[in-house]
Design a protein around this ligand. Structure first.
Ligand code: ZN
Length: 276
């Protein structure tokens, strides 16, 4: 044994070996790295008992482990950022934790609507959406807000890009607020703010009478996003036929452009068993 080691390494330092817990050596050959001196640990030191194997392989394994740990750290940062973005999206508290899985379709139509919204989420997550919008309309109590919030949350988590939930009343209130003498923002700031997130859900559209002013607000807001090729999800209790009349033709045109679909939640309500 001694002669082989001295051939390759010179005389091993017995004192040092003792400290390191090395009690034997032999010649090793690695398929990748060629010849090396293998050392055997007694198990009395910090290293567990056994032959250590190729030191180059060990170095590479250590580097791979460090790369993996770094990747996981990055992933964790992305997860934290996405969770923060969800928290900042203004999704109503009631729906913050409700995902697609929590939606129980009550019939074939609702199952198909769920699938289409999930397909739309995939499209948005892929980034290949070209600003395609979506309209959810129809009966109260059929889960439009639930699904639109689940969509918003899903897309934020998958893209790690900001999204926002608005109600139409909030938008109108913000615009009117800019007229106050004391206001520290302009009307344009409201539309810029509305246009900023990658995805916006605007809920409760059509709860109001739709004056010419409200139609203008709807147009300015939707159009600001349209110009930036950013998708908007409009949620309304209006029936399909009334949408253009209330919201204005040009708003609906914007939403329909690039293949924007309208999904009609027109089945009887699962909440109260009737079409509210
Ligand atoms: Zn090796």
């Amino acid at each position: 044994m001694g002669s082989l080691i001295s051939e390759l390494l010179g005389q091993p330092d017995e004192k040092m070996d003792h400290i390191l817990g090395i009690d034997d050596r032999r010649k090793g050959e690695c398929e990748q790295h060629g010849n090396f001196i293998d050392v055997h640990h007694s198990g009395k030191g910090r290293v567990s008992e056994g032959w250590k194997g190729c030191p180059e392989c060990e170095k590479e394994a250590l580097q791979a482990r460090m790369r993996e740990e770094e990747q996981q750290r990055q992933m964790e940062l992305i997860r934290q950022r996405a969770a923060r973005l969800v928290a900042q999206s203004d999704i109503p508290k009631r729906f913050t934790d409700k995902g697609f899985d929590d939606y129980k379709p009550v019939n074939g139509k609702s199952a198909s609507v769920l699938r289409k919204i999930q397909d739309y989420a995939d499209l948005l997550a892929s980034g290949e959406h070209e600003g395609r919008s979506l309209i959810l309309l129809g009966n109260v109590g059929n889960g439009k807000t639930h699904l639109s919030c689940a969509l918003l949350r899903d897309v934020i988590l998958r893209t790690c890009k900001p999204g926002a939930y608005w109600t139409f009343a909030e938008l109108v209130r913000e615009v009117k607020g800019s007229w106050r003498k004391s206001a520290d923002y302009s009307e344009q700031d409201v539309y810029d703010d509305f246009a900023k997130p990658e995805l916006v859900v605007i809920d409760e559209v059509g709860m109001q009478n739709f004056t010419e002013f409200e139609q203008t607000v709807a147009y300015e807001a939707i159009n600001a996003r349209y110009l930036l090729e950013k998708p908007t999800v409009v949620v309304t209790n209006l029936p399909a036929g009334d949408l253009s009349k209330c919201l204005g033709e040009r708003v609906v045109d914007r939403l329909r452009e690039n293949g924007g679909k309208a999904l009609d939640f027109d089945w009887l309500s699962y909440r109260n068993g009737s079409a509210a």
